[in-house]
Design a protein around this ligand. Structure first.
Ligand code: ATP
Ligand code: MG
Length: 571
């Protein structure tokens, strides 16, 4: 491709709306343009990267026994009614209505369609297992579309669904996908980690996420350096504290006046009570029942753990008016003592004694409160987010935390959809059984952004060779000098003839501009043809990720480039 013809509108300025580096660079380097919030056009360089990612994904899915198909983006309401998700999916679903006022969704995911499809045409155990996948746009009306391709409202996903005759079969399919995903991220040369993830209350109870490590990642990963435990913060377990409190140390509870003090911080500042000696009380509405959750003052509640514990469909923070009606006090003065609601206590409270909390009376708190004596919870369980320094649930070493971008997610569904949608088959004994399902997603467009997030410097993107839009860019320092253009064109043609993907920067621009653009768009190998090296019949070869320039005789350029590419493919 000649740069003079390539559509890559680069920008000198950092676009103000872009907060993270991948968003900035993909805009600046002319890879993407925003159409509306969370919806982007992929320009030619981006399309090439996406195609490479898709091909790696496709090859590994096929190798693992997957078969590619393509399902509709427009999905009828009836199917989502059968699974029960038309109402549950909520505002994240884009809905539309046809001329007869029939409802449709723009597919956010495809469990309904695929389950109905397989149900209609698979009757016998002989037709299973099936691993079916597609690579396609998905639509989710995210509350906060942001960070460019990271959280779009239209994005590209690979979604595979497995159908097995039993749970052993599901284990096999799941393991195949797990290994295929590792192969995919290995082949892309991305630095990633596989972590345990929450699988909700449903299914075969296993789920893993594939996280590309990057500081801008939205997900926190907790991992152990001593063993291979790694989980995302939604799932990471907090180990039970080993020393429970001793009753003999319990002091008498007292009520203290705390006028105008509402927050944990207020009590720290004004009363000198450390956060770790306070208990906060949060009120939730769980399927319409108001419940209280208590945890140490400086901890964060993990709503997923709470939701799983309660098995609740709908869980949200209760509003202050209903809380006041039930408890006699507003937010800021709540506590578990004397509360006529179910109380769920975080496990850590078993090692807290003589703590402070609200007195369920505005402007008052209690001191020296002790669980078991002053209130009795419904359950004492792990309900908080794990943090760095917590003990590893497997080996008790100290956990570390890092940021990651979730690029893939594999999930055992069990019979959630096959039961709801009646997807069954006849087994070898002639009995009717529900199909056992799994689902496996890869954010293809998010992976492109994650790759940039992990591979860049002050000058621009540094594409890993396996997913680079082009491998090589050839820059004649002065395109007006015929001998430079001739030498550059000769190498260009030689490389192209060997199937190497190459750009010839034939633009009549200053050398500095061409070098800057080449760095910005991140082409891994740069060949410069300048007057000095040309005199020696040499070209300058430079890798985007290294400082050094190598002088290579013209007749060795092809071999040198081939060697760099093949090493970069395997790294
Ligand atoms: P998240 O927690 O980030 O919202 P999710 O759990 O909703 O992700 P899945 O439904 O498991 O995501 O989708 C599979 C994959 O699709 C994710 O691992 C992610 O890589 C990608 N993905 C999900 N939502 C988006 C989005 N809004 N924009 C881009 N990619 C996305
Ligand atoms: Mg989501």
């Amino acid at each position: 491709m000649k740069a003079s013809q390539l559509f890559y509108p680069t920008l000198r300025e950092v676009p103000s709306e872009a907060e993270i580096v991948s968003h900035q660079l993909l805009l600046r380097a002319g890879f993407i343009r925003k159409t509306t919030a969370g919806v982007y056009s992929y320009l030619p360089l981006a399309k090439r990267v996406l195609r490479k990612i898709e091909n790696i994904v496709r090859e590994e899915m096929d190798r693992a026994g997957g078969q590619e198909l393509m399902m509709p983006i427009i999905q009828p309401q009836e199917l989502w009614e059968i699974s029960g998700r038309w109402s549950v999916y909520g505002d994240e679903m884009f809905r539309l209505y046809d001329r007869h006022n029939r409802g449709f969704a723009l597919g956010p995911t495809h469990e309904e369609i695929i389950t109905a499809l397989v149900d209609a045409d698979v009757q016998s155990y002989r037709d299973l297992p099936l691993l079916l996948y597609q690579i396609q746009n998905k639509y989710r009306d995210e509350i906060r579309p942001r960070f460019g391709l990271m959280r779009g409202r239209e994005f590209i996903m690979k979604d595979l669904y497995s159908f097995d005759v039993d749970y052993e079969g599901l284990d096999v399919s799941y393991k195949k996908m797990h290994s295929a995903y590792q192969a995919i991220y290995d082949r892309m040369n991305l630095n990633y980690r596989v972590v345990e993830a929450d699988s909700g209350a449903i299914g075969g109870n296993e789920s893993h996420e594939f996280m590309v490590l990057a500081d801008s990642g939205e997900c926190t990963v907790l991992y152990c350096k001593s063993c291979d435990y790694a989980a995302n913060v939604e799932k990471a377990q907090c180990k039970a504290p080993d020393e429970p409190t001793s009753v003999s140390d319990w002091r008498e509870m007292e009520k203290i006046s705390t006028p105008g003090l509402r927050t944990i911080q207020d009590l720290v500042t004004n009363m000198g009570i450390p956060e770790q000696e306070q208990v906060k009380t949060l009120m939730y509405s769980a399927d319409e029942e108001i419940i209280a959750v208590v945890l140490r003052g400086d901890r964060e509640l993990n709503e997923i753990k709470l939701k799983n514990l309660l098995g609740a469909e709908q869980l949200f923070m209760a509003d202050e008016a209903s809380v006041r009606e039930r408890c006699g006090a507003g937010f800021g003065s709540l506590g578990p003592v004397g509360l006529k609601l179910k109380i769920y206590a975080d496990l850590e409270l078993t090692r807290m004694q003589n703590f402070s909390c609200g007195a369920n009376e505005d402007n008052f708190h209690f001191r020296n409160v002790n669980m078991g004596r002053d209130f009795v919870p419904e359950a004492v369980v792990d309900l908080r987010n794990a943090v760095e320094g917590d003990l590893c649930p497997v080996c008790s070493s100290s956990l570390q935390s890092i940021c990651g971008i979730e690029v893939g997610h594999i999930f055992k569904l069990g019979t959630k959809y096959s039961d709801a949608m009646g997807a069954s088959f006849i087994n070898a004994n002639g009995e009717e059984k529900a199909m056992i399902m799994g689902c496996y997603g890869i954010g293809v467009s998010r992976t492109m952004a994650a790759a940039v997030e992990q591979n860049n410097d002050a000058n621009g993107i540094i594409w890993p060779i396996p997913i680079a839009p082009y491998h090589v860019i050839i820059i004649p320092v002065n395109a007006k000098k015929e001998e430079q253009m001739q030498a550059a064109t000769a190498i260009y043609e030689e490389l192209m003839a060997e199937g190497i993907e190459v750009i010839l920067d034939d633009r009549d621009e200053r050398a500095g501009v061409k070098f800057k653009d080449a760095d910005l768009i991140g082409i891994p190998i740069k060949i410069t043809i300048g007057p000095k090296s040309l005199q020696e019949n040499q070209a300058e070869v430079k890798k985007r990720w290294e400082g050094d320039t190598e002088l290579v005789p013209m007749d060795q350029v092809l071999n040198t480039i081939k060697a760099i590419i093949s090493a970069g493919m395997k790294k």
